[in-house]
Design a protein around this ligand. Structure first.
Ligand code: CA
Length: 137
């Protein structure tokens, strides 16, 4: 069960879903804003854990070198927060890209998976997340 900032979990047709019509749409307003999406997860005991999701980035930014708007993928375990990956307006693409992150450090733990979208005061960047899963092996 995901918890999210208002409006993040949406079936708004302004951005495609990777499957179905619902997805998590973080930021994209072109104003200073932070959106979060979190889920508590008990990661089974295993040798390896992988967090995967599909990410679509659409941006009004025109720079090819500066990350003005970012999406951080974090795991919170107790009082410690680990950033597994950071995406930005520089990752803009024409469709969903499957992202696979190593979460093996968290096997056997109860953690919170957190997506944090942050944008600056102009030129919106939308981070759209769908089909998130955590697998162990
Ligand atoms: Ca921006």
């Amino acid at each position: 069960m995901w918890s999210a900032s208002s409006g993040v979990i949406t079936n708004d047709s302004g951005a495609p879903a990777a499957s179905g019509s619902w997805k998590a749409w973080l930021t994209g307003y072109g104003t200073t804003r932070t959106d979060t999406l979190t889920q508590q997860v008990s990661v089974p005991s295993a040798a390896n854990a992988t967090l995967s999701f599909k990410l679509y980035v659409s941006s009004a930014e025109t720079t090819t070198s500066r990350a003005y708007d970012t999406l951080k993928v974090q795991v919170v375990s107790g009082s410690s927060t680990t950033t597994l990956a950071t995406y930005s307006n520089l990752d803009e693409g024409t469709g969903y890209v499957t992202r696979t992150l190593d979460a093996s450090a968290f096997t056997g733990k109860s953690v919170t998976v957190r997506f944090v979208g942050t944008e600056d005061s102009s030129l919106g960047t939308s981070f759209v997340v769908d089909d998130t899963s955590l697998a162990t092996s």
